[in-house]
Design a protein around this ligand. Structure first.
Ligand SMILES: Cc1cc2nc3c(=O)[nH]c(=O)nc-3n(C[C@H](O)[C@H](O)[C@H](O)COP(=O)(O)OP(=O)(O)OC[C@H]3O[C@@H](n4cnc5c(N)ncnc54)[C@H](O)[C@@H]3O)c2cc1C
Ligand SMILES: O=C(O)[C@@H]1CCCC=N1
Length: 385
């Protein structure tokens, strides 16, 4: 077996690992990005047509990260010479007096996020094909839009390679030996590096078991549903229909979100922000479709211009932490092993920032953001770990 030396090895070429590798290559570090599947693939969490990008969040720390994320996404578009970002706006909908809606509104105001609050009358005038329930309000984050996920992932990997980075796909990592030089083994070889970043998505705990760590992560299969417009164009991006996130008063896991029809003409993406537990290697054995019944019901009440049976159902996975915040940290016993995990169904938009801070941790630089919300230590107090 050949043994090859790198400054850094990144395991997992989803959006987080690919952006980490990109930032490391920008720091002139000799970087290897390892991926178990042949690229491109649709077995993880970063594939598919679209993701929402937005500044509207309940927490200030995410808003601060998104300020820079927009610049870095646009920089990548220039570097790759590819457009993968479209402006659309996102409507945050929910019980006007509810905790979650109020938190979004307060954070938007405090952080001067360009937004418009729509009362019931304004809403029905401006968004005629969507119905709100009584007592519900709407906040339009006018900064928001759509990222074309597959295109964006290909772009960041391409720029990484053009900076001298190496991708080895179809190589599943089977062994990790920690130390001042870390050795990573696959069926094809052994690779050595001064530092290691693990960004393995739904497989995080399988990889972490190789270095004596387990995190409180739940892997969920998500049914990605597209619904046919009764009159083509009613909910289209071309007709300026925005994205939406409909907050549920019971908690974020019951939220429903939508993306205007665009990538598949005449079909609008409307999904449930949760799913059923799965083993990532057995994803397609998970056949629970109870979320689709909830979505059909939702569509009948709120989006009357859509048919109530999905036209297309694709699959994806969330890897969820108990508080829905990410894990961005070092291994407690091996400071040259860095972990990015638990992106909880909302991590794509943060890819450029996650990659930036993981690359900083892996080269021993002070991270650009306060990482206290993302430390794994937070779970010790709640004896979740
Ligand atoms: C349906 C859906 C909708 C979403 N919508 C949004 C949205 O609108 N906005 C948003 O910001 N986010 C959204 N997200 C979340 C976002 O897509 C994820 O947070 C993000 O893609 C996670 O990226 P990742 O790199 O952590 O994981 P992944 O993309 O899964 O990458 C991990 C990689 O590691 C590889 N790997 C694992 N084990 C090994 C091994 N042993 N050896 C080598 N390689 C290995 C895997 O094959 C995989 O390629 C959505 C997610 C889903 C599923
Ligand atoms: O992260 C996002 O913006 C989307 C929308 C809400 C549910 C999950 N992802």
């Amino acid at each position: 077996m050949a043994s090859q030396d790198f400054d850094c090895i990144v395991i997992g070429s989803g959006i987080q690992g690919s952006f980490t590798a990109y930032h490391l290559a920008k720091k002139k570090k000799k970087t290897l990005l390892l991926e178990q599947f042949v690229l491109p693939h649709s077995r993880g969490s970063s594939h598919g047509q679209t993701r929402i990008i937005r500044k509207a969040y309940e927490e200030d720390f995410y808003v601060h990260m998104m300020e820079e994320a927009y610049h870095l996404w646009s920089q990548l578009e220039s570097e790759a010479g590819v457009q993968f970002h479209r402006h659309a706006g996102v409507l945050v909908l929910g019980q006007e007096k509810g905790k979650a809606f109020q938190a979004f509104k307060k954070t938007a105001e405090q952080n001067h996020i360009p937004n418009v609050v729509l009362g019931p009358q304004e809403f029905s005038q401006q968004i005629p094909n969507m119905k709100l329930a009584s007592g519900e309000g709407a906040l339009l984050d006018t900064t928001a839009g759509i990222l074309y996920a597959d295109r964006a992932l290909k772009a960041v990997q391409g720029v990484f390679q053009s900076l001298g980075g190496e991708i080895k796909d179809g190589e599943k990592v089977a062994g990790i030996t920690p130390g001042s030089v870390v050795t990573v083994t696959t069926a094809s070889g052994a690779y050595r590096a001064k530092s290691l970043v693990i960004t393995a998505g739904a497989w995080a705990n399988s990889l972490l078991s190789l270095v004596g760590l387990q995190l409180p992560l739940q892997v969920l299969k998500i049914n990605v549903c597209y619904w046919k417009e009764k009159i083509p164009g009613t909910y289209s991006l071309a007709n300026r229909f925005p994205c939406f996130i409909h907050l549920d008063s019971e908690g974020a896991e019951n939220d429903i979100y939508g993306i205007p029809s665009n990538e598949y003409p005449g079909l609008m993406k409307v999904c449930y922000h949760s799913g059923s537990q799965t083993d990532p290697d057995e994803r397609d054995r998970q056949t629970d479709r109870s979320d689709i019944a909830i979505l059909s019901n939702y569509i009948a009440r709120h989006l009357p211009g859509l048919e109530t049976v999905p036209a297309v159902v694709e699959s994806c996975m969330y890897t969820v932490t108990p508080d829905n915040n990410f894990i961005l940290d070092r291994h407690p016993d091996h400071s040259n092993i860095v972990i990015g995990a638990g992106f909880s169904g909302h991590g794509f938009k943060f890819g450029p920032i996650v990659g930036k801070v993981l690359s900083e941790l892996s080269v021993g630089q002070e991270p650009s953001y306060d990482l206290s919300p993302f430390r794994m230590q937070r779970f010790h107090h709640k004896s979740d770990l």
